[in-house]
Design a protein. Structure first.
Length: 298
């Protein structure tokens, strides 16, 4: 059960995500970052010591230690804000800290998996923009709908059963991902940071927990990246592909929330009059052929 041991705290087997996040943030800071002289000699603690964080945040050393160890489960908003300032957390990390604390205190009930149905109008949107790869993700990054161009872009994804199609699982466990996606390691770390943001807001979600456990067990890189506790949701950016059928594709992407459902639409686009746009035209031909092969003849 290596995944369970790495992901969960050691307090009686109870999840201690709040403590793990505090420790990771503390390890990323240096005394000089918060105006504390390093002092003589070699520091054995990476980053800040517990007593340094407690002093800057204005809480007792014992209280902060209990927070990290998972023995204090009801920190106030004022204490969390003080810790966020002491640890120099950005807005996203501060919100993540508050989300974890609400879960620890029991003020947020266990989350049930969201329905998998995709609204007909959203499915129509995927068809309308069919020349651009587009797909719908649920909270745990399962691909719950996709147009043919998206399936062609992520080479080999269509060979997996529909229930296994998940963008994070594909990234870490599909053999094609590492050659398809340029700068794979950077993209993988960004994906983990995005998953962390979702997990912090939904730490009891059974699908999210199952996905983290699976990747922690089956991937060498995932548990290392997950343990960094980096938090950064994705909404737009550029991703580069080295596609086996059409070559290099430099694509922008947008992540659009589906109102009224815990789902997002991800759309990739190529700049007109660029080599990537020409490659996208070829990708559409590949997609149509693949779709025709999947459609049973009458």
């Amino acid at each position: 059960m290596r995944g369970q041991a790495l992901r969960r705290g050691s307090i009686g087997g109870v999840s201690n995500e709040l403590g793990s996040f505090l420790k990771a943030c503390r390890a990323r800071r240096k005394p000089a970052d918060i105006g504390i002289p390093a002092g003589p000699g070699v520091r054995r603690t990476p980053g800040l010591r517990r007593e340094e964080v407690a002093a800057v945040a204005g809480v007792s050393m014992d209280y902060y230690t209990r927070l990290e160890q998972g023995r204090e489960r009801h920190p106030s908003a004022a204490v969390l804000d003080a810790l966020a300032r002491a640890l120099l957390l950005d807005t996203t990390e501060r919100q993540h800290l508050h989300n974890l604390a609400r879960h620890v205190s029991g003020s947020r009930s266990s989350a049930e998996p969201e329905p998998e149905q995709v609204r007909p109008t959203v499915l129509q949107l995927l068809d309308t923009i069919g020349d651009s790869p587009a797909y719908v993700l649920n909270r745990s990054n399962d691909v719950v709908a996709a147009n043919a161009t998206a399936l062609a872009l992520f080479a080999g994804l269509d060979q997996w059963p529909a229930e296994r199609r998940n963008t994070t699982r594909y990234l870490f466990l599909h053999p094609a991902a590492r050659t398809l996606i340029v700068r794979w390691r950077d993209v993988a770390q960004d994906s983990v940071a995005d998953l962390r943001a979702t997990f912090g807001d939904n730490p009891a979600d059974p699908r999210l927990n199952a996905l983290v456990d699976e990747l922690t067990t089956k991937s060498e890189e995932f548990p290392v990246m997950w343990a960094r506790q980096e938090v950064q949701p994705k909404s737009t950016g550029v991703k580069q592909f080295d596609h086996p059928a059409v070559g290099r594709l430099d694509l922008t992407y947008e992540v659009l929330a589906v109102r009224g459902a815990d789902q997002r639409v991800v759309i990739y686009q190529a700049e007109p009059s660029t080599p990537a746009h020409d490659a996208m035209t070829l990708l559409n031909l590949v997609a149509r052929r693949a779709e025709a092969d999947r459609t049973p003849s009458r």
